[in-house]
Ligand binder design. Sequence first.
Ligand code: F6P
Length: 360
Amino acid sequence: MNKRVGVVTGGGDCPGLNAVIRAVAKAANRRGWEAVGILGGYDGLLPPSRTLALDYRALDGLLVRGGTILGTANRGRFSAKTGHGDERRLPVELLEETKQGMADLGLDALVTIGGDGSLSIAQQLHEHGIPIVGVPKTIDNDVGGTIFTFGYMSAVDCVTAAIDKLHTTAESHGRVLVLEVMGRYAGWIALFGGIAGGADVILIPEVPFTFDSVVGKVREREERGKHFTMIVVAEGAREKGHDFVTSAAQPENREARLGGIGAAVAAEIERRTGKESRACVLGHLQRGGTPGAFDRALCSMFGTEAIELIASGQFGKMVAYLGTHVGAVSIAEAVGKLKTVPPSGSMAQTARALGVCLGE
Ligand code: F6P
């Protein structure tokens, strides 16, 4: 039977969103189904609905294009998170309106591409009887049930390239250089990117740090004739006994805006060692632009798998990268619990074995 499938993107932008949209539409079109993009997040489903036909021509160049051609939203009526770990239940009237909006558009199923917030909305829509499947997106890699979310490796590529560049300045000037990276409350980007870039110190939220430890590493390097130190700090990293550093007051109905820890770390190292220490904040450069090779392939697998799930009636599922293959887990199992870096897992142990200081 021919189907009409809606695709919606939610939350922050992320490399690979368009690549997933393309894969969903291509896989749907090959089955003779129709794919329809929902514009501006879930709100686009509500009257007056806003859609974009995802036919053959609409897919030109999408594999490599950054952002999302559908637009996205992480605030408004569907905002599902208000803070670290919080979740807001959507009112039943909104769930009903969404169901009606889907019916008005003649949609048989919906593919939600999003992070924890958008997926927790997807779970609520699923519980309300809406046929939905999810695709895990976020550079933070903090969604449960999947080893990798898409966008993460592209962010890691960006961090690695930045470390390579900063290394040359650090070495030439004999400075301490601190690179602050994103990742919210998880240190995946900092740890993987830091290892890939050969950082000397990597500070992540999962391992609260002390300045004694960090400064000890800088001094140890000095003594060995290395007059520069490269430090990667996750925006959610914090000194032992202290809270997260934020760059702005928490906006209503939105998560706290993390940022500023890099500058704080650089200032304290300079104060204690007298060595010139500079901070660089990588910011949204990690989220924009074209996806890397790994993400392009992962997005293609995720998008086509989402259509397979719909074809076999497996609603309430999220596609997942399971190491040996791309499969699916239930959305309920994946959302609501942050997937953080295990402090004794192989990534952290690799760093320690290389002599990288984690600030412990
Ligand atoms: O979740 C992705 C992410 O880029 C986080 O790493 C970061 O903390 C946050 O979003 C920033 O969000 P915004 O662009 O809305 O400030």
